[in-house]
Ligand binder design. Structure first.
Ligand SMILES: [Zn+2]
Length: 65
């Protein structure tokens, strides 16, 4: 699973499910980071007050990467 980290809004998206509704298109490219490191993402959430995106993070569709 790949994550898209928006450092501007401090939101974590899943790239497989992220879309226009997520709003990160308004975030400058240099403020976005793509990572596959679940531990890193977890750390951001637990220690930096990052939140998961309500639109894509909990998606349960069966899209395979
Ligand atoms: Zn999202």
């Amino acid at each position: 699973m790949k994550y898209l980290i928006d450092h501007n809004t401090q939101l974590i998206h899943k790239t497989a499910y992220a879309g226009d509704v997520c709003g990160f298109n308004e975030t400058p490219l240099e403020q976005r980071e793509v990572s596959q490191d679940t531990y890193y993402v977890d750390t951001l959430i637990k220690t930096k007050n990052y939140a998961v995106c309500e639109y894509c993070y909990h998606s349960t569709s069966f899209v395979l990467e």
